[in-house]
Structure formats: structure tokens, C-alpha cells
Design a protein around this ligand. Structure first.
Ligand code: NAD
Ligand code: UDP
Length: 350
């Protein structure tokens, strides 16, 4: 692995590493020969995910159950370990909850980031990769979306992403800290082992876990939010990306900031998507192929705040990070189905 071979990065701190995307990133980092520390308060995840990461990789994750806002406890982690880079995923992510509880979202997502950045400065950690989102493009005027498109958030969750992007840009300009902002499109699927995957609490907000639960007979039908969008079949179009492809983008981003040394820009931004859009109905049809039976759905009113179509132009990441999403929709839904059948209650064991 180049990161290690150059002797530049040995230990990576993954905040939110017990979560859906974080656990897949931990697998990639460990497979690349890096040491992995995780800080997570388990507010939306389970430590079992990290046990499974260890099972997949045969390696150890050092786990700290800490709220990232708790500066004193976070500081002890930085005092105990020499951290070379941080991948910052920790945060609350539900659009709906953020509209009901904006203060909680601003408090959690922004304060955590400020504490983390203070630690980076104090302990001279020079590299940070941040989990941003395609939500920062709001309702894009055209597709595919490039990194230069205007930024506009339409809800408090999205605004936390935009604010954190701005904070990181300022910090990168004012210090030696190098920043990569990764704007994720729609991560779905699971690790091919079926050991780690998406395990939402309560009713899923996102399409894939909802379809998975309908396919399992845990819910009656998929409610499709809107059938009258100006898209191929009237349903919303998104850029679904396999979570393992997304995770690989993070090791590539670390290689880029470290490999570029002082020549690199202090703040780089990349879309992580496939460059292809799929409609809700296309996703349901693909899932039917994977699970081998019909999935009942009903078209209902549009969900407020949704956009018709959003998919990435990932050319910059393809070129600069030497990264490309490789897995097709069929593989994404197959892996989602495998995970769901192996873990009908997510990580809960009873
Ligand atoms: P997730 O909820 O599974 O993971 C986030 C993790 O952060 C959880 O394990 C949670 O316990 C932890 N966390 C939250 N607040 C914390 C705090 N104050 N201190 C310590 N830990 C804390 O979500 P995910 O889907 O894995 O998303 C990871 C990141 O990627 C988030 O920042 C999210 O906004 C971003 N993102 C996700 C998507 C998506 O569709 N899943 C899309 C774009 C961006
Ligand atoms: N969607 C849907 N029913 C659901 C959940 C989502 O029809 O139960 C649609 C949603 O309107 C959008 C697409 O599926 O067109 C992806 O939604 P998701 O919430 O997964 O991701 P988003 O792109 O909104 O972040």
C-alpha cells in the first residue's frame, strides 16, 4: 500500500467509525495495512459492527466510545496515540430529524468538528478527510453535477455540511492542515461478506433499507414519493454508489493528500458517485431480481424537499484520485439483500 510504503501515514482516526459507512472504511484501511482508531458515541450504531470489521480483516480496531464534543476525553485519545490522519464521519444525518431538532444538529455536528479541529492543531495532525454530501448542491439546475456547481442547502442537516465545509476551508487556508471534502451521492449495499451493512434504527428514511425490509416481509409496501417528476418513469433519480466503492475512495483520498506533499492544494473537493442515475422504480426492479420475488409499491405524494434528479460527474475523482466506482446497481442490491437476510434485525441479537 503506497500510503504505508512511503512511511507517511500509519495511524488513522475514524470518527463515526462504527456507523454504516465508517465500518466499511475501517475494513479498507485495515486491509491497506493501516492502524485504525475509532471514536464513536454509538448514538446511531453498535459496537458489534466493529467486532465484525475485526472478523472480516483479522485485525484489531482500537475503539473509544466517546462523544466527540467531549473535548477532555477526545484529547486523551490524541495524547495516547500518534495520529497521522483523520477521516471525519461522526454526525447526525437525518434530514427530517434535522428540521424538527435543528439545534441538536448544529450542536452535535458543528461542535464535534470544532473540537476535532482544535485537536488537529494542538497535536499537529496534518490531514483530514470529511464526509460531505451531494445535499450541498440543493436542487441542481442540471445533471450531472460537477464540484463547481453552486452550493445551497435546503435543510438544517445540509446546512451543517455546508458550514463544516466552510470551516474546513478556512482552517486549510490558515494552517498546515490539508483537507479533502468528499461529497457522497447515495451510498447503498453492504460488504460482500454480509457481516456489515446499514442498520437503521426505527423506520428507515432512505430508500434501500426500506425496500430491504419490504422484501423481507417486515413492512407491507414501498411508498414511492412522487410519480410525476420529469424523469424516465416519473420517479426520482439518484446516483446510487456501492458503499465499498465509496470506502475505497477514502484510501485514495488519503494517498492523494499525503502523496502530493506541499504541492497539493490545501483544500480539495471531490464528488464520489458513479456518474449514472437510477429511478426508484429501476431500483425496485433490480431488487426484485436479487431477492427473487415481487416487491409491492404504491406511488404517493412527493416528499417535501426532494429533487427530481441528482447524479454526479465524478471525472475529477476519477482523474486526480485514480478512483472509480466499479460496482453496478445489480451488485449493490444483491449485497444489500445478502446483508438483510443474514441480519434481519441489523446488529441486534436477542
Ligand atoms: P451513521 O449514522 O451510520 O454513522 C455516523 C456515526 O457517527 C454513528 O456511528 C454515530 O453513532 C456517530 N456519531 C454521531 N454523532 C457523534 C458524536 N457527537 N460523537 C461521536 N460519534 C458520533 O451514518 P453513515 O450513513 O455512516 O454516514 C456517515 C457520514 O457520512 C455522516 O457524516 C453522514 O452525514 C455522511 N453522509 C452519509 C450519506 C448516506 O446516505 N448514508 C450520504 C452523504 C453523506
Ligand atoms: N424514496 C422513496 N421512498 C422511500 C424513500 C425514498 O420513494 O421510502 C425516494 C426519494 O424520493 C428519492 C430516492 O428514493 O427519490 C432516494 O431517497 P433517499 O432518502 O434514499 O436519499 P436522498 O437522495 O433523498 O438523500
Amino acid at each position: 500500500m503506497r500510503i504505508l510504503g512511503r512511511g507517511r501515514i500509519k495511524t488513522v482516526l475514524v470518527t463515526g467509525g462504527a456507523g454504516y459507512i465508517g465500518s466499511h472504511i475501517c475494513v479498507e484501511l485495515l486491509d491497506a495495512g493501516l492502524e485504525v482508531l475509532v471514536i464513536d458515541n454509538l448514538s446511531n450504531s453498535s459496537q458489534e459492527a466493529l467486532n465484525r470489521v475485526e472478523k472480516i480483516t483479522g485485525k484489531t480496531v482500537l475503539f473509544y466510545q466517546i462523544n466527540l464534543q467531549d473535548k477532555a476525553r477526545v484529547k486523551t485519545v490524541f495524547e495516547t496515540h500518534t495520529i497521522d490522519a483523520v477521516i471525519h464521519l461522526a454526525g447526525l444525518k437525518s434530514v427530517g430529524d434535522s428540521c424538527r431538532l435543528p439545534l441538536e444538529y448544529y450542536q452535535n455536528n458543528i461542535s464535534s468538528t470544532l473540537v476535532l479541529l482544535e485537536m488537529l492543531e494542538q497535536f499537529s495532525v496534518r490531514n483530514i478527510v470529511f464526509s460531505s454530501s451531494a445535499t450541498v448542491y440543493g436542487d441542481p439546475a442540471t445533471v450531472p453535477v460537477t464540484e463547481q456547481f453552486p452550493l445551497r442547502a435546503t435543510n438544517p442537516y445540509g446546512r451543517t455540511k455546508l458550514m463544516i465545509e466552510e470551516i474546513l476551508r478556512d482552517v486549510a487556508n490558515a494552517s498546515h492542515i490539508k483537507v479533502v471534502l468528499l461529497r457522497y451521492f447515495n451510498p447503498i449495499g453492504a460488504h460482500e461478506s454480509g457481516l456489515i451493512g446499514e442498520a437503521p434504527n426505527g423506520t428507515p428514511n432512505n430508500l434501500l433499507p426500506y425496500i430491504s425490509q419490504v422484501a423481507m416481509g417486515q413492512r407491507d409496501k414501498v411508498l414511492i414519493f412522487g410519480g410525476d417528476y420529469p424523469t424516465i418513469d416519473g420517479t426520482g433519480v439518484r446516483d446510487y454508489i456501492h458503499v465499498v466503492d465509496l470506502a475505497k475512495g477514502h484510501t485514495k483520498a488519503l494517498q492523494e493528500i499525503v502523496g502530493n506533499g506541499s504541492k497539493g492544494e490545501s483544500c480539495q473537493v471531490y464528488n464520489l458517485g458513479t456518474g449514472h442515475g437510477h429511478s426508484v422504480i429501476e431500483v425496485i426492479k433490480a431488487f426484485e431480481q436479487a431477492c427473487g420475488h415481487k416487491i409491492i409499491y404504491e406511488i404517493v405524494d412527493r416528499r417535501s424537499g426532494d429533487v427530481a434528479e441528482c447524479y454526479a460527474n465524478p471525472a475529477l475523482a476519477n482523474e486526480k484520485l485514480n478512483w472509480r466506482a466499479e460496482k453496478e446497481l445489480s451488485e449493490m442490491v444483491m449485497d444489500a439483500w445478502h446483508w438483510q437476510t443474514q441480519n434481519p434485525k441489523g446488529y441486534k441479537i436477542d
